[in-house]
Design a protein around this ligand. Structure first.
Ligand SMILES: Nc1ncnc2c1ncn2[C@@H]1O[C@H](COP(=O)(O)OP(=O)(O)OP(=O)(O)O)[C@@H](O)[C@H]1O
Ligand SMILES: [Mg+2]
Length: 356
């Protein structure tokens, strides 16, 4: 078994690997509050990861090595996340009298029924959810399986950078764990319990809907800030890095707002509107009380305000570090400006203290 869920945990570095970048975060917990011990982000060379598959493990290893050399984290163990689409999950019922060992054996047998790959090609894990609603003599057990070949390239690249991958988590679970950090910033927290986290990354948008901090819906769209960068590149004849920089720092011609920025924001709003409608039609829910925008593209100028106005739902930009203290040797300005894109990293680093 691969410990997707359980682990004897030393401090773990949360390492969020996307096709665009590697982000690293190390947390310490004292008296119920967190402290950021180390943090860093490094861009990945193009084509290192294509369609979620690591194509160039050496390039990934080099980037992680350089990041580690720069950030100098204390921990040598890491937690990584894999996209939901790479994981097959299934809730099964088992006899409540089984002990952990029996459950493990039973799981291996049950997995063969549900997982369409040979057992030797998958990493398998489970989490006991509690007594089953269907039958009081049974427990619900969440089974999760991922193909080993989809994980190994990443594990090997991190090993080359002298890290040991101790935990492989699923992005949706990581997001749910990190969502607890957002409580203080939620409008009317306590009354408004259905919250949508919209993670606008470089290439993907992940919509996670939580009911009282339990995930009830999670969906990924292949759309992100990279689209805005490409639009800027095309219109003004810039390179990718020039366009990426201009998007953050400004200095583009006067027509940027009307020709590029407004249409991009409108596209996001349209997609979000559709995604929410899809969620309502696919579930028993018909409202969302608050939206939290996350991911680097949450910083697109005026986006949160526009979503709030057009969708009529209170919207804030995620700051999972709001209640954390920061170690002195960290570049505070960079960390705080990146905090909206650190939910996955936080959720991973929190695995050091929280086994669920
Ligand atoms: N100030 C800013 N204004 C607009 N866009 C920004 C700003 N800062 C970062 N971005 C954009 O945010 C995106 C990166 O966000 P993030 O780090 O969340 O993505 P990622 O996790 O690497 O990718 P993904 O989650 O899509 O796999 C890039 O497209 C970047 O250009
Ligand atoms: Mg991301």
């Amino acid at each position: 078994m691969f410990n997707l869920f359980r682990t004897a945990t030393p401090i773990l570095l949360g390492i969020d690997i996307s096709p665009a970048s590697v982000k690293l975060l190390e947390l310490k917990k004292t008296n119920n509050s967190y402290r950021v011990e180390s943090f860093g982000v490094a861009p990945l060379p193009p084509n290192t990861i294509i369609e979620k598959v690591v194509k160039d493990p050496r390039a990934l290893a080099r980037t992680v090595q350089q990041l580690i050399a720069k950030v100098k984290p204390t921990a040598k163990n890491a937690a990584i996340a894999i996209p939901d689409s790479m994981v097959i999950t299934k809730v099964i019922q088992l006899d409540a009298s089984l002990n952990e060992m029996d459950i493990e054996n039973q799981i291996a047998i049950e997995a063969e029924k549900y997982i369409p790959y040979p057992l030797q090609e998958i990493n398998l894990d489970f989490s006991v959810l509690g007594p089953s609603n269907k039958d009081k003599q049974q427990i619900d057990v969440l089974l999760a399986a991922a193909r080993t070949e989809n994980i190994m390239a990443t594990v090997e690249a991190l090993t080359e950078a002298d890290l040991t991958v101790k935990v492989v988590d699923v992005q949706a679970y990581t997001m749910e764990r990190a969502s607890h950090l957002l409580k203080p910033q939620l409008p009317n927290y306590g009354q408004n319990k259905i919250v949508a986290i919209v993670d606008l990354g470089a290439h993907t948008t992940q919509l996670t809907i939580l009911d009282n901090f339990k995930t009830v819906y999670s969906r990924e769209e292949p759309f992100g800030g990279q689209q805005l960068t490409e639009n800027i590149q095309q219109r003004y004849g810039l390179t990718a890095s020039e366009a990426g920089l201009a998007k953050k720092q400004g200095g583009l011609p006067d027509d940027y707002q009307t020709a590029i920025l407004h249409p991009f924001r409108e596209t996001i709003i349209l997609q979000l509107r559709r995604a929410l409608q899809f969620f309502f039609s696919a579930s028993q829910y018909n409202e969302v009380h608050a939206i939290v925008l996350a991911g680097g593209s949450a910083k697109v100028m005026g986006l949160a305000k526009l979503i709030e106005e057009q969708l009529g739902i209170p919207t804030t930009v995620a700051n999972p570090l709001a209640e954390m203290s920061l170690s002195a040797n960290i570049d505070h300005t960079t960390l705080l400006s990146e905090s909206c894109s650190l939910l996955i990293c936080c959720g991973l680093a929190m695995r050091s203290f929280n086994h669920g």
